[in-house]
Design a protein around this ligand. Sequence first.
Ligand code: HEM
Length: 426
Amino acid sequence: MLDTLDPADPSFARDPYPYYAHLRTTGPAARVALANGTDAWLVTGYRQAREVLADPRFSNVPPRAAGRPKPDSPAQRARGCLARHMLNTDAPDHTRLRRLTTAAFTPRRVDALRPRIEQLTAELVTDVAARLAREGTADLVDAFAFPLPVLVIGEVLGVPTADRADLRTWTYQVGSPADALPAGAVDRAWTSLHGYFTALIARKRRAPGDDLFSALVHDEAEGGLDDGELLAMAFLLLFAGYETTMNLLASASLLLLTHPAELAAARQGGPARWAAVAEEALRHASPLEGTTWRRTTEEVDLGDGVVLPADASVLVVLAAANRDPGVFPEPDAFRPGRYASSGERATERAAERAAPHAAFGHGPHFCLGSRLARLEAEVALPMLFGEGGRMPAFTLAADPATLPYRPGLLVRGPRHLPVVSAGSSG
Ligand code: HEM
């Protein structure tokens, strides 16, 4: 009998960890029946997760959609553009796209974004503080964790300040369930984003800016990216970058609000300790719960008695790999000390620095935005939680066990994070 899994179940979405721990007892990868009638192999072991992600026998190219009607509405065409992005390709196509993109995403260019990220964060923190003073309550997801990554992607793409509000609205709408908005709103948002990015690329071809995306538009090496590839890249940067980073900021905030001793240690520890908080939040609350789907191109023996057949659907569950007890002692505990720098480590229970987490993936598709995501967290968390800053003292205004999470196996993080000024009854 196969284990069954319903990713839409709200209690699974909130806390999938007991299920993954159970699956792990059956082996480092297990075949499960999904509620939609298909079945898939879920990889939960840390070592096996990294092996799969580095192994060319696992393909990222989605299977041909036999019999699926051709996209015929503007919204479907807009969504179709996403299918051409590099996460959906294997070598050699992927190698070429990745080389061109890496050439634009240099550490120097990413680090140069710090002052702008600090400024955008300061503006949002001021807004949250004003809301708390005015209303006594604020939602850290709506008011902080969601807008910051979208604004930062706006910087990466070189979207003019006047257009940022539109970008934020469309991003919010395409990420919303269709029945949460008036009829047609989600489709209109897709079409607007498509039209906007098409015009943006044309503008950047005529007049490049000093943003990262302009560097991609004007990279002439190997012929550069064509307009279709650039459009897919703009969509990919937006979607790979915003919801993941939003989840990191929201989950790290929730962990700090529920672990006051760790919050106090971060406040005393300075930048290195905030960086350790971000690392441990990435491990403990992996913002991308599973990678994108892969398919075996031939039979693969993963060891430990696990043999995946050819043409099997495979999901590497990063959230499970990051809590593999064979690699991370006390995996369910939130202990930033695991990633503390060597100077701090003497005071920590963990004598050794922990293994690198797998939250950014591994192998050829390793996250292109990891440096940017870390930079955002290392700027945002101390500004939101640091003492003596713009924020008044605040506390969580909900039972963590009842917070809603987005259903599904791909991304994971609280959808709302209500806080109240400290001392208020909420
Ligand atoms: C906390 C935030 C983030 C997390 C946890 C994360 C995680 C990941 C993971 C696990 C992958 C590999 C997926 C797979 O192998 O199927 C990936 C790929 C990717 N990420 Fe991120 N990501 C984050 C933020 C960002 C940001 C800010 C950007 C860019 C603005 C970005 C751009 C990309 C791109 C372009 C890829 C595809 C790389 C390729 O196919 O070669 N990510 N990300």
